[in-house]
Design a protein around this ligand. Structure first.
Ligand code: FES
Length: 135
């Protein structure tokens, strides 16, 4: 359990993801329109690497032969069988009360007093870091 620096904020622009290995778990960290979310990289259906899936919007059909796409960039689609998950909370779109992927808190923190190792950051002038909190 703990706090793990993922990268500088500038290294993870909106619409991008970064998959990290933390405490024996593969976790995907996503930048969704400037907000950061993290989910386990293992689909609850059959164990696919969920975080390699397509990030898309929520397709709604308010009436026959019409559809609208809302919440663009907030929905993660499993690459194996297409189950969809809400990146903001890990809940399944189809069955949100029973099926969910583990989600984790992500914060953006100032880099000023961070101990950045030379192996990870050769030179850093970044002001903020993406930090994953695993519980
Ligand atoms: S393994 Fe993800 S939907 Fe089947």
């Amino acid at each position: 359990m703990g706090r793990h620096v993922v990268c500088a904020v500038s290294e993870l622009p909106p619409g991008e993801r970064k998959i990290v290995e933390v405490e024996g778990r593969s976790i995907g960290v996503f930048n969704v329109k400037g907000s950061f979310y993290a989910v386990r990289n293992r689909c609850p259906h059959k164990g696919a690497p969920l975080c390699n899936g397509l990030v898309k919007g929520l397709v709604l059909g308010p009436e026959p032969y019409h559809y609208v796409i809302e919440r663009e960039g907030e929905i993660l689609k499993c690459p194996w069988h297409g189950w969809e998950f809400d990146l903001t909370n890990g809940r399944s779109i189809y069955n949100p009360h029973k099926i969910r992927v583990k989600s984790y808190d992500v914060t953006v923190e100032p880099a000023d007093d961070e101990d950045l190792s030379i192996e990870t950051y050769a030179v850093s002038i970044e002001r903020e870091l993406v930090v994953l909190h695993v519980n």
